[in-house]
Structures are given as C-alpha cells and as structure tokens.
Design a protein around this ligand. Structure first.
Ligand code: KG4
Ligand code: ZN
Length: 337
C-alpha cells in the first residue's frame, strides 16, 4: 500500500491540533492554543476549553487540508483523540471527525491520546523502534511505559497523586509566576541555582512511580519559614530548585526502568518534555549510559494532531479495521486497555 493520507484531530485539553500526514511525513500541522483564555483563571476551565474548540475546529481543519495541498476526497482515514482528557473538549474533536468521516465515507479511528504521545518521536526519528522506555509527562499524566512493540505497552510506573506538569503549574502559581507554570519556571530557573534549596525527592523506594504532592507541601512550608526568618532565596533560585526536584525524579525513574529492562532506547512525550533542564539531563544520562534518546522537538512533545494521525497511519498499514461511527469518547481511557 502507498503511504496512507490521514487527517488527525486532537482536542483533549486546551490545544486544538489538526494535521495531515502522508505515512509519517507531516504535510501540514496547525494548532490553536487556548492558553491566554485560561490564564486569567490560573488553569484550564473545561467549559471554556470545549467552547474554544468549537470555535477553532472548522477553520483549523480547513487550514490543515489546504496547507497539505490535498483534496478531502484523497484522505484514506480520519482520526481523532478518544481519550483520556476533558470530556467536553474530547467530544468536540471526536464528533467533528466522525461527521467528516461519515460525510466523506472514509474510515474513522478513535485514538488514545497517550499512544499519540508515544508515536510522536516516530515522526522525527525514523530509526526509533521498540523495545523502548518512554517517559510521558504532561499536565494530566506522568508515566513510564515499556513499549514492547507498537500497540503493546506496559505501564511500569505512574504518579500516585499530581502529574509532573500539574506540579509545575501549582508551584509556579504559589511562587507568583504565571500560568502555565512549566514554561514560567523553566524561564525563571535559567539564572537560578538548582542547589539553592534541597527540596525532597519522593518515593525513592518505589523505582518507577512518582509523587509530587509532598513537594508542594514542602515548598509551601519552606517558603513560609524562610520569609519569617528573612532568609528567602531569590525567585530564580527557588524556581531552579523546584525544577531540579521534579526533573531529578523524572530522570532517575526513567533510567531505573532502562536498567531493569535492559532496553537501550529511550523516548519521551508530553508537555513537560519541553523543559530545557529535563531535556539536558536526559541527554547527559543517555550519553553516559550509551543509550539512544528520542525526544522530539517541543511542538511534537506538546499536544498536536500529527501524533494522533500517526497512530491511525499504523492502524491502516496493519489492516486494523476502523472504529464504528457509533463509538464514543472515553475521558478516563487507559493506555493498553
Ligand atoms: O502535553 P501537554 O501540552 O497537555 C496535556 O496533555 O496536559 O502538557 C501541558 C503541561 C502543563 O502542565 C505545562 O506547565 C507543562 O506541560 N509544560 C512544561 C513546559 N512546557 C509545558 N513543564 C515544564 N517545563 C516546560 N518548559
Ligand atoms: Zn498530552
């Protein structure tokens, strides 16, 4: 079969992402971010997200198809994120994609958002193949996945409370940095000393799991005491120390999984993988252990339509039957289920 032409739609959270792929070649990639609309609330408001997707989806699909230089009739399939995510947000992209598939009489695939993140590095690294250990860290999820084959995933570890991105967002708010917190802490930390404050690294006794809620408590307690004692470090030092505490455990646990499985390829996905310190630390550690690292560009780490289309390209190539147009979103979908 020639390389399938697939339209992918992603609306699980606060980015409307649409892309057209030909095989794993990205013909078009468009995104409408809602960050500014949510910033004044200090976090993603589900109702606001769903409405913004409704406004963005039709022009974006139009734009993606136009930029790809294809006619809708040429598409081999249409794919959309089925879950996990915000239910109202998911429904917008899913229903739009199903309607388009019905109108154009094309196969439709509902895709797991996290599987999309697992696929994203494939769009930039043709040599990236399983087995691989993949660190997925975003605003809603933090997990370490052993990719045995494409389609065969074992989640080795996960967070027992907050996701890594959520920790960045909450802590940024607490220290007076803006929303979203990850990029704000990343920028503020640039001139800070990561060793200024030794915040705790939780769950050292569980090799692959994460916990970030204790870090929040300890930052709050530390700052209150430091303010009283008038020993408060500079905000860049605080940001760098918070960042280091989060990055340390993400890196440590990813490489615990590498050690345990003997796998020599490491991938990454999710918004937190945009973090410059995390990217640098993963690179250092991979080089030290002579492990191949496949961390995609920042636009491919954060939510987008291309990663969703990529999974459907593989489904078509493998002859996996499309999904029924009666299928529905699943806001708590779990990888491999
Ligand atoms: O994958 P994503 O775009 O959306 C979700 O599926 O959640 O991830 C968004 C999360 C937010 O929590 C944001 O603060 C975090 O990724 N993030 C970062 C950076 N850029 C985005 N965290 C740390 N450093 C960054 N540079
Ligand atoms: Zn995501």
């Amino acid at each position: 079969m020639s390389d399938p032409l697939v339209l992918g739609i992603e609306t699980s959270c606060d980015e409307t992402g649409v892309a057209v792929l030909e095989g794993f070649d990205v013909l078009s990639f468009v995104l409408a971010s809602q960050t500014e609309e949510h910033a004044r609330f200090g976090g993603v408001v589900p109702e606001v997200a769903a409405r913004a997707h409704v406004e963005a989806i039709r022009p974006l699909v139009h734009q993606a198809i136009g930029a790809a230089g294809v006619h809708p009739d040429q598409l081999d399939a249409i794919a959309a994120t089925q879950g996990p995510g915000l239910i109202g947000a998911l429904m917008v992209g899913f229903a739009f994609a199903k309607s388009l598939a019905w109108t154009l009489e094309k196969p439709f695939y509902g895709i797991d958002h996290m599987e999309g993140h697992l696929y994203a590095p494939r769009l930039e690294f043709p040599e990236y193949e399983p087995p691989a250990i993949v660190l997925l860290a975003s605003g809603g999820h933090s997990q370490i996945v052993h990719v045995r084959e494409w389609g065969e995933y074992e989640t080795l570890g996960t967070t027992i409370d907050d996701a890594a991105g959520e920790a960045f967002d909450k802590l940024a708010r607490f220290v007076g940095l803006g929303y979203p917190g990850g990029p704000a802490i990343d920028a503020e930390a640039e001139d800070g000393d990561p060793k200024a404050v030794a915040f705790p690294r939780a769950l050292r006794d569980r090799p692959f799991d994460f916990s970030f809620s204790g870090l929040k408590t300890s930052v709050v307690t530390y700052l209150e005491k430091a303010r009283d004692d008038e020993t408060l470090p500079s905000r860049p030092d605080i940001a760098a120390s918070i960042q280091e505490a989060i990055v340390d455990v993400l890196v440590e646990k990813t490489f615990n999984a590498v050690e345990e499985t003997g796998v020599t390829s490491v991938g990454g996905g999710g918004g937190v993988l945009a973090n410059r310190r995390l990217r640098a630390r993963l690179r250092e550690e991979a080089a030290r252990r002579e492990v191949d690292l496949f961390i995609p560009s920042i636009r491919m780490c954060t939510d987008n339509g291309a990663m969703i289309a990529a999974v459907a390209v593989d489904r078509l190539r493998d002859g996996i039957p499309p999904d029924d147009l009666g299928s529905d979103v699943d806001s708590s979908m779990r990888l491999g289920s």
